[in-house]
Design a protein around this ligand. Structure first.
Ligand code: F0G
Length: 457
């Protein structure tokens, strides 16, 4: 049966199709870096699912009841009620996105030399742990590194690895344990309830708090309902509540499953930690009843957090990502399996085996797809992660060379997905013609955001 969109369209935003000739010029001007292309010159933007969602008419209506009082605005209390009702937390601070929540949490918990185990850190989380002098440690199950292995919960943490690690470095060196739901870096893969409980029980045994990086909490819960024994007849809402019951706190970039364009949350059970978090929030984001947000943003967020639990929406959402993934898979295009919750990840090592990692095959794919069809994707291989050793000058390349086709929520229809699939399939048939790139300008840090490239040959 066709899984059609569970909404109809009330407002439209025209998107512009350019010609191949125009796109060639645009690419040259942008130094073959898609971050430097104007969004208006993109037909379908699959760079990220973060902050790119379409809001519902209820959320737009919610903006009108924004209370922009400096202190105690009504929308904060709506959000407080939502956080309590959906997640069971009394204490939280609103932030403007996910990373300030991480920053505040880690400022309060990490001492230099500490370790933070996670199934897999997202980039900004990793960077914030390192910024506080900590060491991020990824303890995801080994299967996560096997691109085609069809494990239903490939985001799980290896609990034995966790125990061994605690014994090795000592409990006192670990201020908190984290689980990223779903595991974005590993392909948008979920963590099972069983695994959450097991990790929690290890944390309890050693007296360590468990925090979630809960950016995609609803998609994770939907996968539990779909795949885990005993959860078929539970509502996603109940599953979310149960998941959260095992957490001592969470950071949340609400730009994903919060269905808003801006917003974040840092929640915790510990009252003392909460008091200190509020102080830092005032210093860095704003008064605790608005954090880094306007009153209207808080209202849109309260509504979005409730809407995302609608199972007709989630079935379609996860279904749309799968729809695109299956189309590619049927044509033999190498993708990460199982298909994740928010994106299809293409394995570029197999898509472009003739381009060595030193020639940025991920970006070669991404720029070729843009040239072919005006589609923007995220290059998550050597372009983002290759590192030069400061002493030897030798470059270390990442194990995985992936490009992420990230689907914004409620934004594109399945005919857009058909268009994307056709373009990728066309590119696949002509892949021998795709050439590598060389770098012509590279900044010191965060290279991939502003580097410039040119095609080789
Ligand atoms: N945690 C996870 C798992 C994320 O995917 C992100 C952002 C963050 C934290 C940080 O949140 O951007 O609101 O500060 N991911 C985006 C992406 C940027 O494209 O995957 P933020």
């Amino acid at each position: 049966m066709i899984l059609a969109e569970p909404y109809r369209i009330k407002v439209v935003e025209p998107i512009k199709m350019t010609t191949k000739k125009q796109r060639k010029k645009i690419l040259e001007e942008a130094g073959y870096n898609l971050f430097l292309v104007k969004a208006e010159d993109i037909y379908i933007d699959l760079l990220t699912d973060s902050g790119t969602s379409a809001m519902s008419h209820y959320q737009w209506a919610g903006l009108m009841i924004g209370d922009e009082s400096y202190a105690g605005c009504r929308n904060f209390f709506h959000l407080k009620e939502t956080v309590k009702e959906l997640f069971g937390f009394d204490h939280f601070v609103p932030t403007h996105q996910g990373r300030p929540a991480e920053n505040i949490l880690f400022m309060l918990t990490i001492r230099p030399g500490d370790y933070v185990p996670n199934n897999m850190h997202f980039d900004s989380t990793r960077a914030h742990v390192i910024d506080k002098g900590g060491v991020p440690v990824d303890l995801v199950i080994e299967d996560a590194y096997d691109i085609e292995k069809e494990h239903p919960f490939k985001g799980n943490m290896d609990v034995n690895k966790l125990e061994d690690f605690i014994k090795k470095v000592g409990r006192d060196k670990i201020p908190l344990v984290m689980l990223t739901l779903t595991n974005n870096t590993g392909g948008g893969q979920p963590v099972s309830m069983k695994n959450i409980k097991e990790v929690k029980s290890v944390c309890e045994r050693y007296g360590m708090p468990l925090f979630f990086d809960a950016a995609r909490f609803a998609e994770n819960a939907y996968f539990i309902k779909e795949r885990e024994e005993g959860y078929k007849d539970k509502s996603v809402r109940e599953i979310v509540y149960e998941m959260m019951s095992y957490a001592d706190g969470f950071t949340m970039s609400c730009k994903k499953d919060g269905l808003v364009n801006i917003g974040g949350i840092l929640a915790m059970r510990d009252e003392k930690l909460f008091e200190r978090a509020k102080q830092l929030l005032i210093l860095m984001e704003g008064f605790p009843t608005y954090g880094g947000l306007a009153g209207r943003d808080l209202e849109a967020l309260s509504i979005g957090l409730r809407e995302v639990l609608d199972e007709a929406y989630l079935r379609w959402r996860v279904g749309q990502v799968r729809y695109l993934g299956e189309k590619l898979r049927k044509e033999g295009i190498p993708i990460v399996l199982p298909i994740g919750g928010h994106a299809v990840y293409i394995d570029i090592k197999r898509f472009l085996p003739h381009i060595p990692q030193s020639q940025f095959p991920d970006n070669a794919f991404a720029t070729s797809l843009y040239l072919e069809a005006g589609i923007r994707t995220a290059a998550l291989g050597s372009t983002a992660f290759a590192e030069k050793d400061k002493e030897t000058g030798k470059v270390k390349y990442p194990k995985l060379e992936l490009v992420r086709l990230t689907i914004p929520r409620r934004v594109y229809t399945n005919s857009h997905m058909d268009y994307v699939a056709e373009a990728v399939i066309r590119l696949y048939k002509e892949r021998d013609k795709i050439k590598g790139l060389r770098i012509v300008y590279e900044p010191e840090i965060m290279r991939h955001f502003s580097a410039r490239f040119e095609p080789i040959g």
